[in-house]
Write a protein of this length. Structure first.
Length: 124
């Protein structure tokens, strides 16, 4: 079932248990029936890996998933909840698409770094 995706037999066994596939049900699985889930298992990132990829704290990833901004590619009982790299990239692209770039020098303002150097606190 998972050789094509390079998954270990232990990971496949945990996947089968989480999906409730037992006994004769294992032989009745249609080819390609669990393709998306196996792809997510093979290439998915856990919360720490996702946090490293986005340069965030893992608790921020948890928060984004909790409010529905980020979605798990696969979330089965007794298994890791995994994110796909392409979903994380789309998330970051959408953030930077809507981000406002401020040029402090052109506006004659003081940058947040200059505030910190002067001992002032920059507030938004």
């Amino acid at each position: 079932m998972g050789r094509r995706h390079g998954l270990s037999t232990g990971r496949i066994a945990r996947f089968q248990n989480a999906k409730g596939l037992r006994g004769n049900d294992l032989r009745r699985v249609a080819p390609g029936q669990h393709e998306d889930e196996l792809t997510a298992l093979a290439s998915g990132l856990d919360r720490k890996q996702a946090a490293r990829r986005l340069n965030l704290h893992p608790s921020a990833i948890d928060r984004f998933a909790e409010v529905g901004v980020l979605r798990h590619a696969i979330a089965l009982p007794q298994m890791d909840r995994l994110f796909l790299g392409r979903d994380l990239d789309r998330f970051m692209a959408s953030i930077f698409d809507r981000a406002m770039v401020v040029d402090y020098e052109q506006e004659g303002g003081v940058s947040p770094a200059q505030h910190r150097q002067q001992g002032q606190v920059a507030t938004c």
